[in-house]
Unconditional design. Structure first.
Length: 317
């Protein structure tokens, strides 16, 4: 069946009942208003990345699972972060601003506003990047599965709203999708999830703004990306797709400083490709672009289900 070919379901049962089990920690619907953006990096080599299923949906040295919202509007309305398992709150932070520019962020506070929970038997979870003032627990408090911890935010080292969930066992980071580090990457027989989320190899490697339709080599090298543009330059959003399949839909869009949509372009992918880049944009109007920050988005769906999404930012000066 086509669906079976497109999505690898983690159908194996979770670890034994007496062991540690995780439950979905966000008040969102996977594939609708949130998605798994990046997995734990399974490749120890510097400069390399590989997720648990041998795909590329990770970042070099990434130690957690990123559960991302598809819009800043959702973050503003409030999306609850829940305890993924019962335990006791050890430490928390709730004072950092929600700032995509990451002002004042260091290696010591990169997790942003966060809650560290001890689950017993050496297991701990760390929930990062929560909204300032939203943390709803206190140190020493006992929590049950599903109890409110806070809300998804933009604190710490992030420029888009998401929950970074790190799982630790005896102080060592563990991939909840592949807790047995001795096994090679690929479909695992064991997972820490009570209800394992689906996995797809397709993803968005990156998205960004440029002043022209770039070449793929410029996108992969990073030279295509512009953080600022002149008022008379073209405004172009690009998206780099990995392992796209026929029928996947890529939507590229941009909004201006007032929130009004500048453009939205829907593209249907026709041929399976390991790596492809698409771009769309507009020339500047006669009076030039309004000054301020523009928000770009690349949204990738399959049969109406969100499988990848990236934000991009540029300032017109």
């Amino acid at each position: 069946m086509r669906a079976a070919a497109l999505v690898l379901m983690l159908s194996a049962a979770p670890v034994a009942a007496e062991s540690f089990v995780l439950h979905w920690p966000l008040d969102c619907t996977l594939g609708q208003d949130c998605f798994i953006e990046d997995y734990v990096d399974d490749d120890p080599a510097p400069g390399q990345q590989r997720d648990f299923a041998c795909g590329l949906n990770s970042r070099d040295a990434h130690k957690g699972t990123d559960l991302a919202l598809i819009s800043f509007d959702l973050m503003d309305r409030g999306v609850a972060v829940r305890a993924a398992a019962p335990g006791t709150v050890l430490r928390l932070r709730d004072s950092m601003a929600d700032d995509r520019l990451m002002t004042g962020v260091t290696d010591q506070n990169a997790c942003g506003n966060a809650v560290l929970i001890d689950h017993g038997d050496g297991w701990q979870t760390l929930s990062c990047h929560m909204k300032r003032g939203s943390v709803a627990v206190t140190p020493g408090q006992t929590v049950a599965t599903g109890d409110l911890l806070g809300e998804v935010g933009l604190s710490g080292q992030t420029n888009h709203p998401h929950l970074h969930l790190t799982v630790l066992h005896n102080g060592t980071e563990v991939d909840p999708f592949a807790p047995d580090a001795a096994l090679p990457c690929g479909p695992q027989q064991v997972t820490l999830w009570a209800d394992p989320p689906p996995y797809t190899a397709t993803g968005l490697v990156t998205a960004g703004f440029s002043a022209k339709v770039p070449e793929l080599a410029e996108v992969t090298s990073g030279t295509a990306r512009r953080d600022s543009l002149g008022a008379t330059e073209p405004l172009v959003v690009y998206g780099h797709v990995g392992h796209g399949e026929p029928g996947d839909v890529l939507v590229l869009s941009a909004r201006g400083p007032d929130g009004a949509e500048v453009f939205r372009e829907r593209m249907v992918l026709e041929d399976p490709q390991v790596s492809l880049m698409r771009a769309f944009g507009r020339k500047a109007p006669p009076q030039g672009w309004a000054m301020g920050e523009y928000l770009g988005e690349a949204l990738l769906t399959r049969d109406g289900v969100v499988i990848a999404h990236r934000h991009a930012h540029v300032t017109v000066r």
